[in-house]
Write a protein that binds this ligand. Structure first.
Ligand code: C2E
Ligand code: MG
Ligand code: MG
Length: 737
């Protein structure tokens, strides 16, 4: 008999081809005589199989699993033909390479079409049963020969069955391998780590990728579930355990949880763990699943969350977040044993001037630096938010008493008093603070409003200070509202008046008579006379300052001319201008008309402007200033030194007089640096041909200081307070007209 060389190889096993088949046949006790016996059965076999094949397919059709495969009638006819051919070969074909090949293929095909071995082997049983009956009932040969033929048939059938079964199993194995390979590939693509926890033994297994995510080798991960849990971020551990428990106990169908896990270098990585529990045939429970690195997603999410809650410039909490903080603070005040809480509303003084004079980029830098400074004044648990522009809100929790809030406010003021130096420039940016207590059950808007009112109070009281909220502030706020609506009608109702403050010649021995005056606006509202600080801005914002400004100018010019005609021909008068007025195209037309109508020589009129007017060079301001100068009306720069105006400006504009702000003089006698600044300003002004008028002289030593510096013009409460025209006239010792 020819033994095929490659029969064993085809099954995929590591057997030697011819040797393996030879051994198989030997084991089955197959001999050449068996082939002869089968050939003798061929005719009988053909008869049996012709009937059997029909019966078999009918029988197979009774089972759901096989009926599905046999659904196609064309395919069934083909299968029947193949089967009949096989039965014929069973009796007649030689066991050669082709034969073995065919058997193996049968097994592979069955695996591919999903026909399980039980149907294949069972069919052999049915066939053998019929053959057995046919052989037995054949009365031809004697009994021993019939038994011998049946034995030969069994050998052949078992050879075929084994070959096909092995090929089937082998194909199944390969398919499984391929599926596992695909699965592994997919996992690599997903870039996820795989883990398994054996709940019986608490064993812990992970894939290489799982370990690599943490910058570890598999053997470094540890084999117990506790080794895993020990790597979980302490803040996330309790939640993770709760999630695990919810799934293990069956309350949640899947494990799905985000947590942080420690990497080799001690950093924590945000991961998403997913898994599901399974119980095997032996009742063992295993939880297994994947772990995904979500650090990037988490980073973006955290960044978005952060920017939704923080101010982009300073990194402080923003307004929305402040509301949350306030709600939480107010709520916590309701708890038993709660201590006090307070709100600090902080507003930078004159920040607009910094922005206008030094530009927004510097303004931004100032805000950032201030935010840093404010943070240094806080205690743990306090919160700081940027409320808007130059406004900050500090929430102070767990205070022993409200006096502690005052202390924090003092600290903030002291911090901001230190000069801010950057880009070779130093600024002092003071702030005003409103302090308000938080009350249990309070509406947060009321809390903010109370602090805002207190802030207003601090500003009113002169800025660079703090003020604590009290009930009266609410009433005063109402009054203020009243003022705002009333002042706009004051001109029509003839409620404005002018006071005049005298300016004296400080030269030793000079006559004790005013050489000039400054006209200052007053509003008579009922019994009270209101100073401009509390209403000028309202007039400016509404535009009402324009008609009021012309009224003031006309009154002052008329009065000054009267005094000139009364024997003081060189007497001059200053009038304050608001920046809004200089924006008017026809300002100079009006000025000319007023001078003409009142007869005041232009040279004796001084118009006072502030530094911010010079900084705002757009529009009509500069042309108006030039025209004023051309008319021989003099220009004074008021409050010099308070507006961040550089000395270079003095030369650039047609200025005649510089008014040294009273804050300089205030300190000069006891602060050598301040004295030096005063001295330099006076000297520089003189060199530039500017006259200097010192403002706010309140003490004799200030007069002495000014004389030393050869500054001989001044005004102030010491020399004369602002007063009505009649009182002013008395200064010359004559009767008012
Ligand atoms: P200003 O032009 O610097 O006026 C001087 C201010 O200093 C006046 O305040 C005056 O009363 C006050 N003062 C004078 N001497 C002393 C002193 O020795 N000590 C102290 N502590 N203060 C002194 P007032 O009248 O309240 O005016 C405030 C500001 O309102 C003025 O500052 C000016 O900028 C503005 N203003 C006044 N009248 C007018 C006006 O008619 N039009 C415009 N646009 N602004 C005006
Ligand atoms: Mg002035
Ligand atoms: Mg002034």
């Amino acid at each position: 008999m020819e033994v095929p060389e490659n029969a064993g190889v085809i099954t995929g096993r590591q057997e030697t081809g011819s040797g393996s088949l030879r051994d198989r046949l030997k084991f089955l006790q197959w001999r050449d005589v068996d082939a002869g016996r089968l050939r003798a059965l061929a005719e009988q076999g053909a008869r049996v199989s012709a009937v059997f094949v029909e019966q078999l397919y009918q029988h197979l059709g009774e089972f759901r699993e096989t009926a599905v495969i046999l659904g196609d009638s064309g395919a069934v006819a083909r299968l029947k033909r193949q089967q009949l051919r096989y039965y014929a070969g069973l009796f007649e074909r030689e066991i050669d390479a082709d034969y073995v090949q065919d058997r193996l293929q049968i097994g592979q095909v069955h695996e591919r079409v999903g026909l399980e071995l039980k149907w294949y082997l069972g069919s052999y049983r049915l066939f053998l049963s019929q053959m057995m009956h046919a052989i037995w009932s054949n009365s031809g040969p004697e009994e021993t020969m019939r038994l011998a033929r049946l034995d030969s048939l069994l050998k052949r059938v078992f050879l075929d069955m084994t070959l096909a079964a092995e090929a089937y199993v082998d194909a199944k194995h390969k398919a499984l391998g391929a599926s596992e390979a695909r699965y592994a590939h997919a996992l690599r693509g997903a870039n996820d780590g795989i883990w398994e926890w054996d709940l019986q033994s608490d064993g812990w297994h992970v894939s290489e990728r799982w370990a690599n995510m943490l910058d570890l080798q598999i053997h470094e991960v540890g084999a117990r579930v506790d080794d895993w849990l020990a790597r979980v971020h302490p803040e996330d551990l309790a939640e993770l355990k709760r999630s695990l428990d919810a799934h293990i106990s069956g309350r949640v169908p899947w494990l799905h949880h985000e947590y942080r896990i420690r990497r080799r270098n001690g950093d924590f990585l945000w991961v998403l763990i997913r898994g599901v529990i399974e119980t095997d045939a032996l009742g063992h429970r295993r939880l297994a699943g994947s772990q995904t690195d979500i650090s990037e997603r988490q980073r973006i999410r955290l960044r978005l969350e952060y920017s939704a809650r923080h101010d982009a410039l300073t990194g402080l909490l923003n307004r929305e977040q402040l509301n949350q903080v306030l709600i939480a603070s107010i709520a916590s005040l309701g708890r038993p044993g709660a201590r006090c809480a307070a709100l600090l509303f902080i507003d930078l003084d004159r920040f607009k001037v910094i922005n206008d004079s030094l530009g927004h980029a510097v303004g931004d830098q100032v805000l950032v630096r201030i935010a840093e400074r404010l943070q240094t004044t806080m205690r743990q648990g306090d919160q700081l938010a940027r409320f808007g522009g130059d406004e900050f809100v500090m929430v102070l929790n767990d205070l022993a008493s409200l006096a502690d809030a005052d202390q924090v406010a003092e600290r903030v003021l002291a911090q901001l008093r230190q000069p801010l130096c950057f880009d070779g420039r130093c600024l002092v940016v003071n702030c005003s603070i409103g302090v308000a207590p938080l009350q249990p059950g309070q509406d947060l808007r009321d809390a903010l409003q109370a602090a805002d009112l207190a802030l207003y109070n601090a500003k009113e009281a002169g800025k660079a200070r703090f003020s604590r909220y009290d009930q009266g502030m609410q009433e005063r706020a109402h009054e203020r509202l009243q003022i705002e609506s009333n002042v706009l009608q004051a001109l029509q109702l003839d409620q404005f008046e002018l006071d005049y403050q005298p300016v004296y010649d400080l030269t030793p021995g000079a006559p004790n008579a005013p050489v000039a005056c400054e006209a200052l606006l007053r509003w008579r509202d009922g019994a009270q006379r209101i100073a401009p600080g509390s209403f000028i801005h309202i007039l400016e914002e509404s535009g009402e300052i324009i008609p009021v400004g012309y009224w003031t100018l006309e009154q002052a010019c008329r009065q000054a001319r009267r005094w000139q005609l009364a024997g003081h021909p060189d007497f001059s008068c200053s009038v304050n201008l608001s920046g809004v007025q200089l924006q008017e195209t026809d300002f100079c037309t009006h000025l000319r008309r007023i001078l003409h109508e009142t007869g005041l020589p232009p040279r004796t009129l001084v118009l006072e402007i502030t530094e911010s007017v010079l900084l705002d060079q757009a529009g009509n301001t500069l042309p108006n200033l030039r025209e004023i100068a051309a008319m021989d009306v003099r220009l004074a720069l008021d409050d010099f030194g308070t507006g961040y105006c550089s000395l270079g400006y003095l030369n650039r504009f047609p200025l005649d007089i510089l008014k040294l702000d009273r804050s300089f003089l205030h300190e000069a006698h006891r602060n050598p640096r301040q004295a030096i600044i005063c001295r330099s300003i006076i000297e520089l002004s003189r060199k530039l041909g500017l006259q200097v008028v010192a403002e706010g002289i309140e003490r004799e030593d200030q007069v002495d200081f000014l004389r030393q510096e050869a500054c001989y013009l001044g005004q102030g409460f010491l020399l004369g307070r602002p007063m009505g025209a009649e009182a002013f006239h008395q200064l010359w010792g004559c009767q008012a007209e």
